[in-house]
Write a protein that binds this ligand. Sequence first.
Ligand code: A2G
Length: 548
Amino acid sequence: MDYADQQIPVFTALNDVFGGLVPSLANIERWNGLAEEFERRYGRKPSYIARAPGRVNLIGEHIDYSLFGVLPAAVEPDILIACGTHGEESCTVVVDNLHPKYDRKIFEPATTSVSKPTISGDAAHTEEWHLDINKKELRWESYVKAGYYGVLERFFPAATTLSSGANQGPVPVDLLVTGAVPAGSGLSSSAAMVVASTLAFLAVNGKLDPSNVDKITKGELVQMSMENEKRVGVNSGGMDQAASVMSDPASALYISFYPELKASPVPLPHGVVFVCANSLVVSDKAVSAKRCYNLRVVETLVAARVLARSLNVPLGAEERVTLREVVGRSVGEDIQGGKVLSADALAEALQSIAKKLDVLRSRDGAAVAAGRSGVTLEEMIEMSGLQRDVFQKVYLSWIEVEATEFELYKRTKHVLLEALRVLQFRQICLDASTAADSAGTGDMGVYQKKLGKLMNESQESCAELFECSCPELDQLTKLARSAGAFGSRLTGAGWGGCTVSIVAEDEVDGFIAKIKEEYPPYKGLEDGALKEAIFATRPGRGACVLKL
Ligand code: A2G
């Protein structure tokens, strides 16, 4: 069974949460302490604690929204949310945070009347939930609201809920949050918050009970969390939510999104560990989404259309096709007919199409010759072959972007070759595992070096072609290589946040000590802060719920 089809684990004993491993005392205290603090603040014990971990992406950056596979793993730092229902009639939510920086918020979903056009041309009026999420500035409770939205829409459609009376509606909820994934670190604290919040609202509304016939699977939770995260203003792919929900201890995950969401374990070679190091540059999502992340989403989508036209791949007039779909169709992939490309065939197609980017390259080149960094909006519309209003509707109406120049060639080259690197990385891990099974783990060096090389190439591509690195990430990855890492790259969205380096297991302490000495922002850090900033990580387990 694929991970996507599995049920979300609901445990009744804390030990089971740790999957048979002996949890550290600090971790047990963290869970118990959260439950006690919930009782102290709300006057009653919580009914559940929802947990969702952050993730580190080993390779495959900014390709999930083009629907190419990625290779992340869950990390140990996570978000915990204790929850319970309170006695009031209304469906008020009270949310508190153990961190004193985040103050208590109280909100209640309202309904609003929305009119939608019908086929007959008349407008149909329907009721929808409204939770007032501020997209202009990032507020911590927005992630909690985003999680709630999905649960309301899926299980309590406003129109039906209102007409069927209060008993059928969502219950009032108290929540207490504690987070160990540093915000803005590139380890996906936002997805962990959204997943944990979605899980908490599901649990407290009885939607994860064994008796509930409409229980959702891990795959559905990922889809819900992706939709939920978009409500905060970032049109992300599904990597972070999938890694947070579906990870398995001891292996990384190969997550593919096309033709459907699937995840399978990838064994990591013996003798190496992955070290996360925070550049301590915080990328402000509220600011960067429109000019960075969302802009890349639009650039890669428009590039897919332009590439399809140049390769004579037929497209529907208003179809918003992704690069993955264009690559498939260009070599005769037929999803409806059940003909899906194998990993080898996909790798071959990627290699060949990466050499056929002339149209994109010449337009970017002309823009550079004219003193600009990329094509203008007008040029992009013309390249797409669409009327302005159709272009606007298909590519701009649903996403907030601020830009005057667009670099389609560089982005496309990155996406295609990064997708290829993911397939190669996965194959090397599988080969290393087969070799270890038959000949022992004595000589893993060749595999470790190959993985490191791919990670270095990925960093170079992120910096030069996708332009999602920053001087500090460039510096930190360079330092990591000279401190002995086989390879090092940024992880996550970039523009700040963490790097991930592949390091020989027995050299980790020396490696960390060297980085501490050489990376200026680490100089003043004392022990606790340093351990939070740079740490070796092993793949951890995915999201779950503890029923108390
Ligand atoms: O950047 C972020 O982490 C995205 N997630 C993720 O989907 C992926 O695109 C990554 C770059 O590879 C969110 O924005 C939640």
